[in-house]
Design a protein around this ligand. Structure first.
Ligand SMILES: N[C@@H](CCC(=O)N[C@@H](CS)C(=O)NCC(=O)O)C(=O)O
Length: 216
């Protein structure tokens, strides 16, 4: 690893890490990946070494500018404030609020309910149904909101932080076999975003820690 280069503590399959990988790619920030395998060795997020970096025992964490930041949205907002081009939050305060509302809906209202540590609290046979319910009830709300906010992407025609949350969450929906046919706007935006370079290079199938059998 090169001194001074940002280091992203990431797991290839983590949707929250993917949000940050997209931001780094869009902003053209060169970084090293420090893989944290959430399954191997009982979960490397529980190691003393990693807990010292992020006491929440979750990825992502980004070492940058002499500090370490946890929480994907806080990381993205820091990148936005320090490396503002291209912008991921619109200039107009009303649009910014919509972007943050959608980001929070996904990052606070959907993903935590289907995260590994929560699913582990649920009876094994109920896990799939639990995750599907969390995602589809969040997507019902999201689809309704997007009817009023979407252009080409979640809010208008520019890629924003909301889009960085949407694509990884749709990938989770796919992983948990959620029927996305009731969500035509979510599906359309997801398809448009996946065609962009930054979403492809950051894809779980293309990370340094992606196992060979899962490479895309
Ligand atoms: N709010 C946090 C959530 C982070 C999170 O849930 N990370 C997951 C992977 S997407 C994780 O590390 N899970 C480990 C575990 O549940 O033990 C963020 O946005 O960064």
């Amino acid at each position: 690893m090169q001194a001074g280069k940002p280091v992203l503590y990431s797991y290839f399959r983590s949707s929250c890490s993917w949000r940050v990988r997209i931001a780094l790619a869009l902003k053209g920030i060169d970084y090293d990946t420090a893989p944290v395998n959430l399954i191997k060795d009982g979960g490397q997020q529980f190691s003393d070494e990693f807990q010292a970096l992020n006491p929440m025992k979750q990825v992502p964490a980004l070492k940058i500018d002499g500090m370490t930041i946890g929480q994907s949205l806080a990381i993205i907002e820091y990148l936005e404030e320090t490396r503002p081009t291209p912008r991921l939050l619109p200039q107009d305060p009303k649009k910014r609020a919509l972007v943050r509302m959608i980001s929070d809906l996904i990052a606070g209202g959907i993903q935590p309910l289907q995260n590994l540590s929560v699913l582990r609290q649920v009876e094994e046979q109920q896990r799939l149904a639990w995750a599907q319910k969390a995602i589809s009830s969040g997507f019902n709300a999201l689809e309704a909101i997007l009817r009023g906010t979407a252009g080409k992407y979640c809010v208008g025609d520019e890629v924003t932080m909301a889009d960085l949350c949407l694509v990884p969450q749709v990938a989770n929906a796919d992983r948990f076999k959620v029927d996305v046919s009731p969500y035509p706007i979510i599906s359309r935006i997801n398809r448009s975003l996946l065609a962009l370079d930054a979403f492809q290079v950051s894809h779980p199938g293309r990370q340094p820690d992606t196992p060979p059998e899962m490479r895309a």
